[in-house]
Ligand binder design. Structure first.
Ligand SMILES: [Zn+2]
Length: 267
């Protein structure tokens, strides 16, 4: 694995663990990292490998959302400032500690490492949008509605034409639906289309382009359609999950969450 420059001084590195894409934006003496991985040990790997790009320390981290694989490395980069959505920070504060034990039980291979996590939520939070100075350039953070969680943000580097979409988009595997709002996901992704004129970096999987966003939009739109059919009694849920929207059977919790939403249970 190596750093790949997807735009002027904008890099990604794909990690085998969860096929995750970590981003870096360099500007002046500033170093911004997009997502901090699942454990302090994994975050320290980023810090070490960053020396291939710069001698400067990380000065800014951005969590695209609160899930452990995107935020549990935060503390390693302090005293950097940390940015995220206001609801992502709140969720980390409320549930971070419990999540450590849940994941330790689920993923024994990282249990010891994840127990070293110091929950360290972003202190620079916002609702809709924020602009971050990265040395000589600006980076735009924005929230476009509920979808994968209630507090996902995207990061756009306008002068390099790159968008980091976090887990609003996922390549090579179905998205994660456990905390999702599947009926709102299509509208949220549609709002990313105007921002995806260059490289599009998903939270997991290969870097794509606008075509990739369109394909994901079509899949999320179909998912919402199928869920409505199931809800109305016109389709068996097993037939709905069998439709290969994301390159394989759709995860059960996609329909569980969509149906819960249609029954008014998620608001
Ligand atoms: Zn993720």
């Amino acid at each position: 694995m190596i750093w790949r420059e997807v735009g002027d001084r904008v890099f990604t590195r794909q990690y085998e663990f969860f096929n995750q894409q970590i981003g870096v934006v360099l500007g002046g003496r500033d170093v911004l990292v997009v997502d901090t991985r699942s454990t302090p040990a994994q975050a320290r790997e980023i810090a070490t490998e960053l020396r291939e790009l710069t001698r400067d320390p990380v000065s800014i981290v951005v969590d695209t959302h609160w899930h452990f694989d995107h935020s549990f490395g935060n503390s390693v980069f302090r005293p950097a400032t940390a940015w995220g959505h206001v609801r992502a920070a709140a969720r980390l504060r409320a549930d971070g500690k419990a999540t450590i034990e849940e994941i330790a039980a689920e993923l024994p291979e990282i249990a010891a490492d994840i127990r070293e996590t110091v929950i360290d939520p972003p202190e620079r939070t916002f609702e809709d949008r924020a602009t971050v100075e990265v040395g000589d350039r600006l980076v735009e953070l924005s929230h476009h509605g509920r979808a994968h969680t209630d507090g996902d943000i995207v990061l756009v580097v306008p002068d390099a034409n790159v968008m980091f979409a976090g887990d609003l988009l996922e390549e090579g595997a179905p998205p994660s639906f456990g905390d999702s709002f599947p009926l709102e996901w299509p509208a949220t992704v549609e709002r990313l289309l105007p921002l995806s004129t260059g490289a599009v970096v998903p939270g997991h999987g290969e870097v794509g382009d606008q075509r990739f966003v369109e394909d994901q939009l079509a899949a999320f739109t179909r998912l919402a359609q199928l869920a409505r059919l199931v809800h109305e009694g016109g389709l068996d849920v097993r037939a709905a999950t069998a439709e290969e929207l994301f390159g394989g059977p759709t995860p059960d919790d996609a329909f569980e969450r969509a149906l819960a939403q249609l029954q008014g249970e998620l608001d």
